[in-house]
Design a binder for this molecule. Sequence first.
Ligand SMILES: Cc1cc2nc3c(=O)[nH]c(=O)nc-3n(C[C@H](O)[C@H](O)[C@H](O)COP(=O)(O)O)c2cc1C
Length: 335
Amino acid sequence: MSSIIKLKGKGVTKIIKSKVMLSPLAGVTDKIFRKLVRKWAPDSLLFTEMINATSLKKGYGIQKIDQLGLEHGPIGVQIFDNRPYAVSEAAKLAEDSGAFLIDINMGCPVKKISKKGGGSALIKDRLLAIELVKRVSNAVKVPVTVKTRLGWDNKQENIEEFLLNLQDSGAAMITIHGRTRKEGFSGTADWGMIGRIKELLEIPVIANGDIKNPKDALNCLKKTNADGLMVGRGILGSPWKLGEIDYAIKELIGFKEPNIEEKLLLIIEHLDELIKEKGTHGLLIARKHISWTCKNFPQATKLRNNLVRAIDADEVKQLINKTIETLNTDQKLLI
Ligand SMILES: Cc1cc2nc3c(=O)[nH]c(=O)nc-3n(C[C@H](O)[C@H](O)[C@H](O)COP(=O)(O)O)c2cc1C
């Protein structure tokens, strides 16, 4: 099975050497988290959090795309907005900063965004969505892609025609979260429907929804025949998961999941980076990652409860180091 995805931009063809990608996740996939994911997934396309076009233009969102070109491996910038001019301008800024591609968010169900016509509202405003893709792909040389859902509120909306129109307008790849906007995160992602869409489109189709581990990934590839997969919630607390899935898809053996001690040390590494970048506010951000990572071993619940109450980074480190000291050799080797 080829592990390569080819994307066409204006006069350029870009190649991704992995079938598994990191979802854009607001509040999670910042450059510090991406750096952790990258350790295990050198070839994968990783996405930024969704970024509002205005915030880039006005400068206050600029730190989210700062020096993307210096990161190792391909980074996609996801933009949300419904104004073709604003998205085109933001896309140019992201391209100048080293974005591998620009993704337009056409799936976000959050009311604050869809009420203003962005995110999933674009599934309803199809002419505007088409105009957006046309204008943005004319504004930049890098590929322009779309991430969307199976529909607004039901599956009879002829989403296939919409996606074919986006393809004809210049979209270089389409990622489909296998749920409608109304479904939110309920039920299970409809991989069957993604498979039917894959048959229709010529551009790469990326399947998304409910892929948490190598087994899900291989099942989803089999069921959809998709060109690639995107992992969202499965990465929370497990930044190695993308690499683990990449290994399975490439049929490589010997992937080494971090053991308990390594996972605890990873929390310290993440925290240190957050504090360096964001000062004491970094601890607040670290707390949610701590609760996602610190699980599935005997002392996890007690440690997690103590860690999220720790008042500063030193206390977090002390608690973790003390726990590592109490792990016996067998536990240290456990994953
Ligand atoms: C915390 C969180 C933040 C998200 N932020 C974004 C986002 O910024 N842009 C986007 O297109 N989707 C976003 N999503 C949706 C995911 O990218 C993905 O489509 C969805 O979670 C389904 O994939 P999964 O089952 O692998 O999680 C977010 C989801 C979660 C849980």
